[in-house]
Design a binder for this molecule. Structure first.
Ligand SMILES: [Zn+2]
Length: 192
């Protein structure tokens, strides 16, 4: 998966953007509740039980919102990616988030080939979109940018929920002051 940061805003919000870039860690729950809920998402996806997937996602977001002391965000699990993507929604391949109505949408099938989204991608998307929610509601940013810090925070939540060891990410500069994850170097690093 390509992970590329957004360019820094030209004028407004540069300070917040820099702060988002700098915060590379996220406090994580000390118990295994999220892991257990995430596992139930996996089981429900494998058994093709859409209602159970929805139920487990709701539990996941409610628990996480409670832990981070933010309002619980709404969510929708869609069968497929909507054709039209509304403005002001941060939009990715597998989900989106609207700060105005605090709503996460994730979809279970890719738009092009209608393939079922894998559990790993689905959970990663859920964590990613929830981190947009945190940017507004916990960090008080006026926007939610894809900074290096943002990706690190989303990865921290994902690895916690998946019970996998977090990787140290290696970033390479690209033009326009942006960064992308250097996966070959990241994967070559001896991870502790
Ligand atoms: Zn995003």
């Amino acid at each position: 998966m390509t992970m590329l940061t957004d360019a820094s805003p030209r004028k407004n919000n540069r300070t917040q953007f820099a702060e988002s870039d700098r915060i590379k860690t996220l406090a994580l729950p000390q118990d295994r509740t999220l892991l257990t809920i995430a596992k139930s998402i996996d089981v429900a996806m494998r058994e093709g039980l859409a209602g159970d997937v929805r139920h487990a996602c709701g539990e996941f977001l409610a628990f996480a919102s409670d832990f981070y002391e933010v309002p619980t965000c709404g969510f929708r699990v869609l069968a497929a990616r909507p054709l039209r993507v509304r403005e002001n929604w941060t939009s990715e391949l597998f989900g989106d988030y609207s700060p105005e109505i605090m709503l996460i949408r994730v979809w279970m099938r890719t738009a092009i080939r209608k393939e079922i989204t894998s559990y790993g991608t689905f959970l990663s998307t859920l964590c990613h979109e929830f981190c947009h929610h945190l940017d507004f509601q916990r960090f008080g940013f006026s926007d939610s940018w894809h900074t290096r810090g943002f990706y690190e925070r989303a990865a921290a939540l994902y690895h916690h929920a998946r019970d996998t060891a977090p990787k140290k990410l290696v970033w390479s500069p690209v033009s326009g002051g942006r960064w992308r994850i250097d996966w070959p170097r990241t994967n070559r690093l001896i991870q502790h």
